[in-house]
Write a protein that binds this ligand. Structure first.
Ligand code: PMP
Length: 398
């Protein structure tokens, strides 16, 4: 039997759980901003695996690091030291200006780690009575799929029939500083926020919000956890999106592009006063900080720096978003953008537009029903953006 996209999709739907609603496209090869299906059709990737492929698919430098390390040692577990964990943690510590780094694999594991750190900090440093620690989260957030992470969520699709949830969580509206002030109690350990909400539809905070959160957290002795899993590593035109307001969180949560679109690599970074709450046996991961992940991740950071992806994201994002704003179609409500993190909101669901764009050679996905997210690999050129814009305009206005 010849292998076709149809066969692959049928088999996947038959044996695989239905926990996603993918576009009917199979990606079997990828390079830079371009991917191919088994029939040889070429598409431009405008999603970047939810911002995990900021450096472009199969960046040669990252693949080389992967291959070289695969020839030496791939996994040691944390039962032993490996040569790369020191250099890699140092690199991220310098990048985030924090004392220490704790490695994990996926974004949600790093979120879990940050919350565990904040709770321990509340008991061991702040002096909160055991089992009373509280976390404040923002409505509309997406922090991942674990029970802890969905306990932070107010999305019915993500939470329905999964209770009971983790207690001690207060939810406030994103962007409302007064609501945070009201929600803080003597037991509050931390506030966790995305500096730009991704899955909610690329929601930018009101100007000054992150700065106000930072100030409030300092005043009230509450930790500010920034979930930069999707916004980090140049996606928004800064290395981290918190830089848009010159803000330094107490805990950075990182993932996705930290693995260069090749491996799951995540981490938290924080100063000693927080990170020292972890002692041997208190937290860990078999795969976190493995030599293969460290090698790939260091190459991933090299690429961002050497190819000026922060500046590229900023400039290309402005160019792209301005042109999207200029498309003359009354159904477009708003284009929200920071760097190449772009949300184009319509007055109705956009699934059909995404499917039509696929037929024109552009892969993108709705985020939050009415918004299309355009988040191509940051290595995209102006010519490639123009190629996409022409097709986007055609689809949207027809
Ligand atoms: N936090 C944020 C802000 C995210 O966008 C995501 C994934 N979309 C996660 C956490 C979870 O990451 P992962 O899927 O790697 O667990």
């Amino acid at each position: 039997m010849t292998i076709t996209s149809t066969n692959i999709i049928e088999e996947t739907n038959y044996y695989g759980a239905h926990n996603y609603h993918p576009l009917p496209i199979v990606v079997s090869e990828a390079n830079g901003v371009w991917v191919k299906d088994p029939e040889g059709n070429t598409y431009m990737d405008m999603l970047s695996a939810y911002s995990a492929v900021n450096q472009g698919h199969r960046h040669p430098k990252i693949i080389e690091a992967l291959k070289n390390q695969a020839d030496r040692v791939t996994l040691t577990s944390r039962a032993f030291h490996n040569e790369l964990l020191g250099p890699w943690t140092k690199r991220i510590a310098k990048l985030t200006k924090k004392d220490k780094v704790l490695p994990m694999n996926t974004g949600v594991e790093a979120v879990e780690t940050a919350i565990k750190a904040a709770r321990r900090w509340a008991y061991q440093v702040k002096g909160v009575t055991e089992n009373q620690a509280e976390i404040i989260a923002a409505n509309g957030n997406f922090h991942g799929r674990s029970l802890n992470a969905i306990s932070l969520s107010n999305d019915p699709d993500a939470t329905k029939n999964y209770g009971p949830f983790v207690p001690g969580i207060n939810k406030v509206n994103y962007g409302d500083i007064n609501a945070i002030e009201k929600a803080i109690t003597e037991n509050t350990a931390a506030i966790i926020l995305e500096p730009i909400q991704g899955e909610a539809g690329i929601i930018l905070p009101p100007e000054g919000y992150l700065e106000q959160v930072r100030k409030l957290c300092t005043e009230k002795n509450v930790l500010f956890i920034a979930d930069e899993v999707q916004t980090g590593f140049a996606r928004t035109g800064k290395m981290f999106a918190c830089e848009w307001e010159g803000v330094e969180p107490d805990i950075y949560v990182m993932g996705k592009a930290l693995g260069g679109g090749v491996l799951p690599v995540s981490a938290i970074a924080a100063n000693k006063a927080i990170m020292d709450v972890f002692t041997p046996g208190s937290h860990g991961s078999t795969f976190g900080g493995n030599p293969l992940a460290c090698a790939v991740s260091m190459a991933a950071i090299d690429v961002i720096e050497e190819e000026n992806l922060v500046t590229k994201s900023l400039e290309s994002g402005k160019y792209f978003a301005d042109k999207l704003r200029a498309i003359n179609f009354e159904g477009i409500k708003e284009v929200r953008a920071r760097g190449l993190f772009i949300g184009m909101e319509f007055d109705q669901p956009v699934r059909a537009i995404c499917e039509n764009l696929k037929d024109k050679g552009i892969l993108c996905k709705e985020t939050h029903v009415n918004t299309i997210r355009f988040a191509p690999p940051l290595v995209i050129t102006k010519k490639e953006i123009d190629w996409a814009l022409q097709r986007i305009e055609e689809v949207v206005t027809n």
